[in-house]
Design a protein around this ligand. Structure first.
Ligand SMILES: CC(C)(COP(=O)(O)OP(=O)(O)OC[C@H]1O[C@@H](n2cnc3c(N)ncnc32)[C@H](O)[C@@H]1OP(=O)(O)O)[C@@H](O)C(=O)NCCC(=O)NCCS
Length: 149
């Protein structure tokens, strides 16, 4: 595995568009095409990334800074259906946290994300990475957060 994050740009956006979720996973996460439309709206406070392994796009994730709280949020992380369950999600999340540690948008140490209560694979990944339930819930979604050091 030789994994890295690359900002979505003119060289890789078509590969990002072609990423596929597994059956039934559309309920857990927006596809990168929709996420990138949101990234345009929030373009002063976010960074969408392609996740690459050996130069091939295998996933997508967006980091967005919420100036009101303030905190870093991780949105729409996904690994292509053909590559899930092989350790890419965990490796990508470590890189995402490394990026946030550089404080690219603001000084907050808080990192938060939301996840469907029924998305047991993602919840296992996040808790394994040190995220803890905050108690905040919105319909089917729970919030988890981490303080970076
Ligand atoms: C959730 C997701 C990003 C995880 O990425 P991944 O590459 O599949 O996960 P990894 O192989 O790195 O596994 C990391 C941990 O997640 C959990 N996990 C991942 N896939 C799992 C599976 N099929 N069964 C059980 N646990 C699983 C495990 O805890 C695993 O750690 P372990 O192998 O040490 O036990 C990916 O499965 C995905 O894109 N899912 C669809 C989109 C989605 O739900 N995104 C999250 C929105 S909140």
């Amino acid at each position: 595995m030789n994994i890295c994050l690359k900002p979505v740009d003119e060289n890789n956006f078509l590969d990002v568009f072609n990423l596929k979720l597994g059956e039934g996973q559309e309920r857990f996460v927006s596809h990168p095409i929709r996420s990138l439309a949101q990234a345009y709206v929030y373009r002063t406070q976010c960074q969408p990334f392609a996740i690459l392994d050996n130069g091939k796009v295998i996933g997508y994730v967006m980091v967005i800074y919420d100036y009101d709280i303030p905190e870093y949020d991780i949105w729409h992380m996904m690994i292509d259906a053909s590559c899930q369950g092989k350790g890419y999600g965990k490796a990508a999340m470590k890189l995402v946290l490394g990026y946030i540690r550089q404080k690219p948008f603001g000084d907050s140490n808080r990192v938060a994300l939301t996840c469907s209560k029924s998305n047991s694979n993602a919840l296992a990944l996040y808790t394994q990475m040190g995220f803890a339930y905050t108690g905040t819930e919105d319909e089917d979604e729970v919030e988890l957060a981490l303080t970076i050091r």
